[in-house]
Write a protein that binds this ligand. Structure first.
Ligand code: NCD
Length: 344
């Protein structure tokens, strides 16, 4: 499957540091602003890699990326995103190389851009970047433009800004569990509950979901789900989870982003839970087919009750499994020789 040059060129979404989308085409820096026809090839690539006939779901192996090198550079902690990019690369036959800030020369004062140049100079075909700084993947894409022009940058989460591959994996889960394999999400109502102000997940997911024609409602207290999200994300904002539950097809919980100040804004855990936790009692009011999602890491007993996180309607581990396939799809779409030929 190919990601046509024009589509990949635009794969910069909006805002923070995405100018690299123009100067360094083919990078995946964000998904906001991407039209449905750009998103669909990525979804189809992930969907083709995902095998839902087993438990847990698995990513189909291939040799499409034989001889390619995929490096991850993680400047913020991660379990599932980093491991799934590495695994995704390997399932498609690529060599994978992991670099984390704490165990690299960044701790000796080397700049992040110099570190990226070093990794790219080892022949990396793709650099997968996670950073606390919004726009860092775009900064690195620009930094590599001269020393390693063929090295593609993939955003694995940058501050509050974007998390494109989380959105891809989540869309695969919705498609497969709600019978929307063609990715037409018309008529689906998705509640995104919690720290929409500080989490990058709703920015990427709302863009995706809206492009696929789902209705998205951001829910939370004023400080965590400010009214400004309506314009920023193009979603409806609600303060009343209880009023929304029964119409929901998907309830997506967000962790309070304490590392980005969310803890100060949430008030007490007790008050937060009263208004916004998906408790067992609230989950009982969901429609029979409705699903519960959470990108993880989960703070059990804060935004979601343990019994709800482990219930059959919880897709939390399916999201992890689909994340591997989504990332395999992205890497194939961007790196496979037939895809690169498509870039002309
Ligand atoms: C999310 C992230 O890092 O943005 N985690 C993930 O990648 N699955 C969500 C979070 O940290 O709350």
């Amino acid at each position: 499957m190919t990601l046509p040059a024009q589509q990949a060129q635009h794969a910069g979404g909006d805002g923070a540091g995405n100018g690299a989308g123009e100067s360094a085409p083919r990078h995946l820096l964000g998904v906001r602003g991407l039209p449905r026809e750009t998103i669909l090839p990525l979804l189809h690539a992930g969907g083709a890699a995902l095998d839902t006939s087993t438990i847990p779901w698995r990513t189909r192996s291939s040799s499409a990326l034989l001889g390619k090198r995929v490096a991850t550079l993680f400047l913020e902690d991660s379990t599932r995103t980093r491991a799934s990019f590495t695994l995704a690369a390997r399932t498609q036959g690529a060599d994978a190389l992991d670099v984390s800030a704490a165990a690299s020369s960044i701790s000796k004062g080397e700049s992040v851009t110099d570190t990226a140049r070093v990794i790219a100079s080892m022949g990396a075909d793709a650099l997968v970047v996670r950073s606390g700084s919004p726009g860092m993947p775009g900064v690195l894409a620009r930094a590599l433009a001269e020393v390693a022009p063929d090295c593609l940058v993939v955003n694995a989460g940058d501050g509050r800004h974007e998390h494109p591959t989380q959105a891809l994996g989540d869309a695969l889960v919705i498609a497969n569990t709600l019978g929307r394999e063609g990715f037409g999400f018309e008529g689906l109502r998705v509640l995104i509950v919690g720290d929409g102000r500080n989490s990058r997940v709703p920015r990427a997911n709302s863009a995706f979901l809206r492009a696929l024609c789902a209705e998205v409602v951001a829910i939370g207290p004023t400080l965590l789900a400010p009214a400004s999200l309506e314009n920023a994300l193009g979603v409806r904002v609600s303060r009343d989870l209880d009023a929304e539950l029964e119409q929901a097809d998907v309830v997506m919980l967000l962790r309070i982003q304490r590392e980005r100040g969310g803890g100060r804004l949430m008030g007490s855990v007790r008050d937060y839970r009263l208004g916004y936790a998906l408790t067992g009692a609230r989950a009982e009011r969901l429609k029979p087919g409705a699903i519960v999602m959470h990108p993880g890491p989960v703070n059990r007993g804060v935004e979601i009750d343990p019994g709800v996180a482990d219930a059959p309607r919880s897709m939390i581990l399916h999201q992890v499994s689909a994340g591997v396939a989504a990332r395999a799809g992205v890497l194939r779409a961007m790196l496979a020789d037939d895809a690169r030929a498509g870039h002309g």
